[in-house]
Design a binder for this molecule. Structure first.
Ligand SMILES: NC(=O)c1ccc[n+]([C@@H]2O[C@H](COP(=O)([O-])OP(=O)(O)OC[C@H]3O[C@@H](n4cnc5c(N)ncnc54)[C@H](OP(=O)(O)O)[C@@H]3O)[C@@H](O)[C@H]2O)c1
Length: 202
């Protein structure tokens, strides 16, 4: 299969890309590195990316940002960072990408544990994760051409512990192989509309 992995050079993305590259053709996209450049916060950039890649069998997004800060300091503008990037960025990838996805192809989006178990300073990030979960369930009902859509929602991953552990007291880091398996389940399985949760109930 031909896979497009947006964020394929990131902490999670590079491990997922390395895994899929053993069996599939991989195109990596990012703002600053990769085979093609894209900013998912800009729909004209998404369209330009697909014009470059042509038809794809699986589109994975392992990218998207939201501002982390105490609720009482977040401005309306701060909330729009997450809405534009992690939420509408992923929605627009599906909206525009439908025309570039081969019949039977799949979309795999990325959220995280915050949708179910938020921690301090994540009102924006938790909110957009929850929105993407609802979007995936609803979009799965309407996608055409046997397109499938799922979202991988991981806990704090092992490779990011150093950076984020202070925000996640008592959380069990998720092994990278477990996270990779979430993407494999979505891309190589047959499920659709699934929120693939990669963490224990906490
Ligand atoms: N790390 C964790 O423990 C964890 C757990 C659960 C969920 N998540 C979520 O998983 C996703 C990836 O996390 P990560 O830790 O791997 O992040 P990361 O190390 O910062 O990597 C993100 C990747 O996405 C690309 N990217 C960022 N913004 C982009 C944009 N607007 N358009 C296109 N590409 C963009 C970056 O490349 P460029 O800089 O070149 O654009 C980078 O390659 C995030 O949405 C994160 O919230 C992370």
């Amino acid at each position: 299969m031909k896979l497009l992995i947006i964020g394929g050079n990131g902490t999670i993305g590079k491990k997922v890309s390395a895994h899929f590259s053993k069996k599939h053709e991989i195109i990596i996209a990012g703002r600053h590195s990769g085979d093609v450049t894209v900013d998912i916060g800009d729909s004209s950039s998404i369209k330009a990316m697909f014009d470059t890649t042509g038809k794809i069998d699986a589109i994975l997004c392992i990218a998207g940002e939201a501002k982390w800060a105490p609720f009482d300091s977040l401005t309306e503008k701060d909330f729009y960072i997450g809405l534009r990037s992690k939420m509408m960025g992923q929605v627009n990838l599906v909206r525009i990408g439908q025309d570039f996805l081969n019949p039977g192809g799949s979309f795999t989006l990325t959220t995280g544990i915050l949708a179910d178990y938020p921690v301090m300073m994540t009102t924006s990030a938790a909110m957009v994760n929850g929105a993407i979960h609802s979007f995936v369930k609803a979009a799965a009902l309407e996608l055409k051409n046997e397109h499938r859509i799922n979202v991988v929602s991981s806990g704090l991953v092992e490779d990011a512990v150093e950076k984020y552990e202070a925000y996640f007291p008592g959380h069990n880091p998720i092994p990278m192989q477990k996270v990779i398996n979430g993407y494999v389940k979505s891309v190589e399985g047959k499920g659709t509309g699934e929120i693939i949760r990669m963490y224990d109930n906490c």
